[in-house]
Design a protein around this ligand. Structure first.
Ligand code: ADP
Ligand code: MG
Length: 700
């Protein structure tokens, strides 16, 4: 008996890899991959950039300059060789008027065929020729004397494509995917009705095969209802996948970290300051989570310099006092080293052993660290992504702290969490994620839907505002004079060299050259240099000297962007500031203004400035409020870049744009709840449609 479930086969067909289509061999598959098309249904989310109208014939007299049109007429003449370039010029006439067709590339056979053709149907763009309107290289169909091929019954989509992949092939592939559309999952009727959304098939038809009467202009606008319908579903998929992770994590149990708080009290008494009210509140929120058997999943947000590290230390002490281990992961070697130094100086006085796992660790040292971590003789492990490599096993990881989360992807965060399960307790650790990049609500609901949020909304007392000025690099000499003056007053200075190209080697070279030039220009000023390609010990030594005050001017690449904390530095020069994004500028500037001295930041730019660069520089000069800057950044660049392209889940947005479609999120959130409660089968289908299996969000 034949399988009665062709429905299922068709559904599987949409999820099949594109290679399941007969026309797709390895080369085409490779090209499709460049467009983000891996599965058959990805073809459906590949939306046209524009449309062409071949559904009706325009009379030649009615043509307008710049218009793309389908015309039809008889050939009056075909001549070669007039004009500067060798060209074939064909006269086309219909009952209303005439135009010329111009071809630059043609074979003798094609020329002869055109000359003999009685009638042609052509599609092309209308331009101004020497005597009349013309079409250059139109698509031509030769018409017989009597018969005419039928006109298209829908507008022709033009897709974004890549070299070696023609529109014709793309259209055929989409056509195949369309054949399977009947089996595609749709949102439940109650959701479609509630938000007045068209169904999935209807939506795709409107976008891939719009009827002749559809407006060409409206279709490509992102505000078109069909595009918004897809954006809605895509955001919903991201939201649901993160909610699912959250649900699965919440459903697990972990060890409650119970402690009297003696270690924390001793630690706080050693600090030269008292915690701000915001820090105290946030520590309490974290401790309340840690006391539960549901794993904590908390995002700690606080602007640069708000004092997140001490909060992390309090959380770690709680875990350690409860007999567990804690881990602190930082995105850069430099920041991880700084945390190592900080935590060691804070914790070793309390009898706590702090281990280190960086990427550049001698084999024997690494082995020693690994065994300390595995045996539990090390209570706190600090490191970079080296912390979540396979051979790292904790004896009992109770708390994983991730600093500057925006530098990591969701995947990496999940990988660190998985470390806890290797230990003797076999449980997931509590997680604390820290970021200085304020997450707007729109992002929080998609990329971070799995997290609770704590906010440090207050800076430590006595912070001085940073005065920011924007100066063209033609006035570099003046700026150097200013450095000399500042150093003369005992101030310490950062000079930041920005990436010239996406090459770390070149950036390091530029920093090295700049340091040499500045040292020559500034006799008597002690100049130091740090960049990403230095040996760890060397960099450590230089940072130590800068911190200790024996270096006055530190020339650096953007390696110092995140987390670096030298409170006495009070002047920062950022070279080619126009190359940097707002978030990055804000982070960099956050390196000064940390002490009690008045600080300055000089943004050097190379003229001329683009509109965007001008807007960015004026935004950064105008405010120091990280939230205001993030909002502006979102307006200027869109959210993808706010968190960096490595933010898993965001650069994968195919249709939606969080800046533009952010207003959909209320509906998305509501629908997420409805689906989870009443249509669980739909949740899976929607997540798979938009995220595929690429993201292992669900593999907890
Ligand atoms: P961020 O939130 O950017 O990570 P840090 O944790 O590096 O900030 O803290 C910035 C600086 O502020 C550090 O030098 C830290 O010791 C100091 N600091 C933190 N909390 C306080 C406080 N309550 N009072 C005074 N200084 C503080
Ligand atoms: Mg920090």
């Amino acid at each position: 008996m034949p399988e009665p479930t062709s429905q299922l086969d068709e559904a599987a067909g949409l999820e099949a890899p594109v290679t399941a289509l007969e026309m797709v061999g390895p080369a085409t598959a490779e090209r499709l991959k460049k467009l983000g098309i891996l599965r058959v249904q990805d073809l459906l989310a590949h939306l046209p950039i524009r449309y062409e109208d071949r559904t009706r014939i325009t009379a030649l007299r009615d043509l307008r300059l710049g218009q793309w049109a389908l015309v039809q007429g008889h050939v009056e003449y075909a001549e070669q060789g007039r004009g500067r370039r060798r060209a074939l010029v064909v006269g086309l006439r219909d009952a209303s008027g005439a135009i010329q067709l111009r071809f630059f590339h043609f074979s003798p056979a094609q020329a002869a065929r055109l000359a003999r053709a009685p009638r042609l149907r052509c599609f092309g763009g209308v331009s101004q020729g020497p005597y009349q309107f013309e079409m250059v290289h139109p698509e031509c169909v030769f018409l017989g004397a009597g018969s005419e091929p039928p006109l298209d019954d829908c507008l022709t989509p033009v897709y974004p494509t890549t070299e070696g992949l023609s529109q014709r092939v793309l259209r055929q592939l989409v056509q195949h995917a369309f054949g399977l559309l009947a089996a595609a999952h749709d949102l439940p009727a109650e959701v479609l009705d509630r938000w007045r959304l068209p169904g999935f098939a209807e939506t795709l038809t409107a976008l891939h095969r719009p009827p002749p009467e559809a407006s060409l202009d409206a279709l490509v606008l992102c505000a078109h209802p069909a595009r918004r319908r897809l954006a809605f579903e895509e955001l919903l998929a991201h939201h649901l996948s993160l909610k699912r992770v959250r649900g699965e994590i919440r459903a697990q149990t972990t060890a409650a970290l119970l402690a009297e708080g003696g270690l924390k009290a001793r630690f706080l008494s050693t600090l030269p300051f008292t915690l701000t009210a915001a820090q105290v509140r946030v520590v309490a929120e974290i401790e309340a989570d840690l006391a539960k058997t549901a794993p904590m999943l908390r995002l700690l947000q606080g602007d640069v310099g708000s004092g997140k590290t001490v909060v992390a230390a309090c959380a770690a002490l709680r875990a350690i006092e409860a007999g567990s281990q804690a881990a602190v992961m930082a995105p850069t070697e430099l920041l991880a080293e700084q945390h190592l130094r900080g935590f060691r100086s804070w914790f070793e006085a309390l009898g706590i052993k702090v281990g280190w796992l960086g990427s550049r660790l001698a084999k024997s040292e690494r082995r020693a660290m690994l065994s300390g971590i595995a045996e539990g003789t090390l209570h706190l492990a600090v490191g970079t992504h080296a912390l979540f490599q396979d051979d790292v096993r904790f004896r009992r990881l109770g708390l994983a702290i991730v600093d500057e989360q925006h530098r990591f992807g969701v995947q990496q965060r999940l990988a660190l969490r998985d470390k806890g399960r290797d230990g003797e307790a076999g449980i997931v650790p509590h997680q604390l994620i820290m970021t200085a990049t304020p997450i707007p609500r729109t992002l929080a609901m998609t990329a971070y839907a799995d997290l609770d949020v704590s906010l440090i909304d207050e800076l430590p007392p006595g912070r001085q505002p940073v005065t920011t000025v924007v100066v063209p690099d033609a006035r570099r000499a003046e700026v150097i004079g200013r450095i000399a003056h500042a150093c003369g007053e005992g101030r310490q200075v950062y000079w930041v060299c920005t990436l010239i190209e996406e090459s770390e080697a070149l950036a390091c070279q530029a920093a090295t050259d700049t340091a040499a030039a500045l040292a020559a220009d500034l006799p008597g000023v002690r100049v130091g240099l740090v960049h990403g390609r230095m040996k760890a010990e060397e960099r450590d030594r230089v940072m130590g000297e800068f911190r200790g005050g024996s270096i006055d001017l530190l020339v650096a690449t953007t390696v110092i962007e995140v987390g670096v904390d030298v409170p006495d530095a009070s002047l920062m020069i950022i070279e080619n500031a126009e190359r940097l994004g707002l978030a990055q500028l804000h982070q960099l500037r956050g390196r000064v203004g940390r002490g009690t001295r008045h600080s300055d930041c000089v943004l050097l730019y190379h003229a001329p400035l683009s509109e965007l660069a001008r807007a960015r520089l004026s935004a950064i000069r105008g405010t120091q409020d990280g939230f205001a800057i993030a909002r502006r950044d979102l307006e200027l660049r869109g959210p993808g870049e706010l968190l960096g392209t490595r933010q898993a889940g965001l650069h994968r947005l195919k249709v939606a744009d969080l800046g533009r479609d952010g207003d959909l999120l209320t509906a998305v959130e509501h629908t997420g709840r409805v689906l989870l409660r009443r249509h669980p089968e739909c949740v899976d289908a929607i997540i798979r449609r938009w995220l595929g299996d690429a993201l292992h969000y669900g593999s907890v």
